[in-house]
Design a protein around this ligand. Structure first.
Ligand code: ADP
Ligand code: MG
Length: 295
């Protein structure tokens, strides 16, 4: 072909199932020497499932009642955990009342008005602060020790219960981590908003030991900027609204197309359209080859 090398690299990336937004993107991808991976929706399949529903005694809620509240509030959210909650409610044939005045805080959770009540669903470490939430904290610890993501549900500021959500690794996660380690000479780092226990559980299965958990979107950016200060050229791979600022701050940002939120897809330099994590080391390799042809 008579195409310039970087353009043919874009075409090649396309054949591998990766959409690169410009030739410059391919050039920068070829320069990366450290990879930071998001957990939920990136290292995992992004289709987590609700595995336990624990209404708190004294709330007057049964499993169906708790799930209805949580799912109604989560309905407008595009977060993978939100979809898990809504799907669980649908599978049980629950009727979901309409949520109004919905808002979401990336890396934290959602708040909505459901039948006149304020419902919050999200990270236990952010939502549970009072000593009187102890029974709830015990349920959270138990779920997290089992490698689950625990999600707290609050009604009018009081804890209503806890949901346990199980996420599965992508089948090509371990192979991808190994390939990226080989390419960069350093094991990728896990950046996640989820809790430390669930994150370490999962990281161990793919050979990742550097785990930064409980991160808000701006904490992910701070990690990226600290590496940049050290002269690292960081590739960030993510899917969520919570990853968008880090995708923008990185030397290169790649979003997972299928699970990806609109904001992540807009912000990333490249998008994995064929839903395979293993395409990432392939296109890094491809970009390096293209660079060599240009230089
Ligand atoms: P990750 O960085 O692993 O992709 P996120 O930053 O998206 O995870 O989420 C971090 C944590 O914030 C979740 O583990 C959960 O506790 C909470 N959270 C965020 N969004 C939601 C939501 N829509 N529903 C419930 N919990 C949420
Ligand atoms: Mg994510």
């Amino acid at each position: 072909s008579t195409m310039p090398p970087l353009l043919s690299a874009i075409a090649n990336a396309g054949r591998h199932g990766v959409l690169a937004k410009s030739a410059v993107v391919m050039e920068r991808l070829g320069q990366i020497d450290l990879v930071a991976l998001d957990k939920t929706g990136t290292l995992t399949q992004g289709t987590p499932r609700v595995t336990s529903i624990r209404p708190l005694p004294g709330t007057g809620l049964d499993e169906g009642g708790l799930l209805t509240l949580a799912a109604a509030a989560e309905h407008p959210s595009e977060h993978p955990l939100a979809r898990a909650v809504v799907d669980a409610a649908r599978e049980r044939g629950l009727h979901l009342p309409e949520a109004t005045s919905f808002s979401s805080a990336p890396g934290e959770g959602v708040t909505a008005t459901v039948e006149g009540q304020t419902v919050q669903v999200g990270s236990p470490s952010r939502l549970l602060t009072d000593a009187d939430n102890l029974p709830c904290k015990e349920a959270v610890a138990e779920l997290e020790d089992a490698g689950r993501t625990a999600v707290a549900v609050l009604r009018n500021g009081a804890v209503a219960g806890v949901l346990g959500i199980a996420d599965r690794l992508r089948p090509d996660a371990a192979a991808t981590v190994a390939a990226l380690t080989e390419l960069t000479g350093r094991t990728p780092v896990l950046l996640t908003g989820d809790n430390e226990r669930a994150a370490r559980h999962l990281a161990a299965e793919v050979g990742i030991t550097d785990v930064r958990a409980g991160l808000l979107p701006q904490d992910k950016v701070a990690a990226v900027n600290a590496w940049r200060t050290e002269g690292r050229r960081v590739l960030v791979v993510g899917d969520g609204v919570n990853d968008a600022p880090a995708l923008a701050a990185a030397h290169s940002g790649i979003a997972m197309g299928k699970a990806g939120s609109d904001l992540a897809l807009e912000t990333a330099d490249a998008i994995v359209v064929r839903d395979e994590l293993a395409t990432i080391p392939s296109i890094v390799q491809l970009s390096r080859t293209a660079r060599r042809l240009v230089i």
